[in-house]
Design a protein around this ligand. Structure first.
Ligand SMILES: NC(=O)c1ccc[n+]([C@@H]2O[C@H](COP(=O)([O-])OP(=O)(O)OC[C@H]3O[C@@H](n4cnc5c(N)ncnc54)[C@H](OP(=O)(O)O)[C@@H]3O)[C@@H](O)[C@H]2O)c1
Length: 335
């Protein structure tokens, strides 16, 4: 039997024991029976992302099947490899997104049956716990940074990070500052200003400066931005981006709307680049994880990481949705 958080067909999520048939998705509508690409993983760590909060609380936009084991991240050891032999027993692996914790069972369990197509071998320099601390949030931050550095050099000007005390934002600050960018952090939690500076932010601004509808073109302030917030915030960020700048759209913490005009694009050549971690192809996943191994300050990552046991993830779901969780939270699924 496998201990897991289960969001049942009806009622609230709870910790329970499930059998192998359940793990193979046989009790899930449209479930994912075992395939030749299936890899059985002994999970060591998962993590808590905004999306996990949504799944655990039964949000239909994320928990697209029920029953469902939530958890969009997992790090662990291969217990049974795939038929093609890409993975063997004992390999250390990491998986972010690719439908786990949404359309198939995820990482908040002691075991998971996953698809080899998106599974990444864990770089040697990253411990399993740190890989979970990176998780989807850090992986997404790296995808944003890879996109920004294509167009924007550190000498081009300041980079704004919104939602900066959250998971994506805090890892984005770590990465960008290590790469030599001058980072400004936008937050609604002024009490986190020292924390954000300790990650490498040179300046901290109040997110209220960005959250109300503003003029379509504003004074250019940013060479680029990593946005996890969407809505009026993203519209203002675009309006404040200087000529040729790139803004990545990762998230929708304020809203999924985007009340903007074409003016930043046609008058300043601004690029709005979408980031999608869930469906990232394997080559991009491997590139991002290799860069994380080389570019992340792991001592600082440890400093923004909290650790909880499996049942604690249930109670933290509401906290992360309320924007009260700081940095990253790893889940020891065996605790
Ligand atoms: N595209 C992808 O593949 C991908 C991957 C991961 C995450 N995401 C999305 O990216 C966003 C951030 O994810 P996360 O894991 O970093 O979540 P998180 O840890 O909860 O961080 C989100 C942050 O957004 C800010 N925020 C919350 N509510 C807000 C509001 N109403 N207005 C303005 N700012 C608000 C808060 O930062 P402050 O307290 O500092 O203001 C909060 O810490 C989420 O929308 C998530 O769904 C997308």
């Amino acid at each position: 039997m496998t201990r897991a958080i289960v969001l049942p067909a009806e009622g609230p999520a709870a910790v329970q024991d499930v059998d192998d048939d359940f793990l193979a998705g046989e009790h899930s509508p449209g479930g994912h029976a075992d395939t030749p690409r299936g890899v059985l993983v002994d999970v060591e760590w998962s993590s808590l992302n905004y999306k996990d909060g949504m799944a655990i609380t039964g949000d239909k936009g994320v928990a697209r099947i029920r029953p469902l084991i939530p958890g969009i991240d997992l790090v662990g050891t291969v217990a049974r490899g795939d038929a093609a032999g890409r993975f063997s027993v004992g390999d250390s692996v990491v998986l972010n997104g690719a439908g786990i914790g949404e359309t198939r069972h995820g990482g908040l369990a002691e075991r998971a049956l996953v698809d080899a197509a998106s599974l990444v071998e864990l770089p040697e320099d990253i411990t399993p716990r740190r890989a979970a601390a990176i998780g989807t949030a850090g992986f997404t931050a790296m995808l944003s940074v890879l996109r920004i550095e294509r167009d924007v050099a550190p000498s081009d000007g300041r980079i704004l990070v919104t939602g900066s005390a959250g998971g994506v934002g805090s890892v984005a600050i770590l990465l960008l500052s290590r790469l030599g960018y001058d980072v400004t952090a936008s937050t609604g939690r002024p009490e986190q200003a020292d924390f954000l500076r300790s990650l490498g932010a040179g300046d901290v601004i109040d997110r209220a400066e960005l959250s109300e509808a503003g003029r379509p073109m504003q004074k250019p302030l940013w060479a680029g931005a990593v946005d996890s917030v969407g809505s009026a915030t993203l519209a203002n960020v675009l309006a404040q981006t200087s000529w040729g700048g790139t803004v990545t759209a990762n998230g929708l913490a304020q809203g999924s709307d985007l009340p903007t005009t074409v003016l930043p694009f046609i008058l300043r050549g601004v690029t709005l680049a979408g980031v999608n971690s869930v469906d990232a192809p394997l080559a991009l996943r491997e590139e991002a994880w290799a860069r994380l191994a080389g570019d992340l300050d792991f001592d600082r990552l440890d400093g923004l990481t909290d650790e909880v046991g499996l049942a604690d993830a249930l109670t933290l779901a509401d906290e992360i949705l309320a924007g009260r969780v700081r940095g990253r939270t790893v889940v020891d699924v065996r605790r």
